[in-house]
Design a protein around this ligand. Structure first.
Ligand SMILES: [Zn+2]
Length: 68
């Protein structure tokens, strides 16, 4: 039986195809674990400083934040 190729649209996947389930807040540097894997264009809130960010994931699997 063939396995489905799940690589299309790397939603919630970081480098090496691993889901990203934490982020470092760009404002206060706190490390925030997430319940759901982070996907491109997700909105994240830092649990420490309360800032909201729109996150994008670039080709290298790195998170980029834009303050909302
Ligand atoms: Zn923060």
């Amino acid at each position: 039986m063939d396995f489905d190729d799940d690589d299309k649209g790397s939603k919630g996947k970081g480098r090496n195809g691993k889901p990203i389930k934490e982020f470092d807040c760009p404002t206060c540097n706190a490390n925030n674990p997430t319940d759901e894997p982070i996907a491109d264009k997700d909105e994240l809130r830092c649990n420490y400083c309360g800032n909201d960010f729109l996150v994008t994931i670039n080709d290298a699997g790195r998170l980029k934040f834009k303050e909302l």
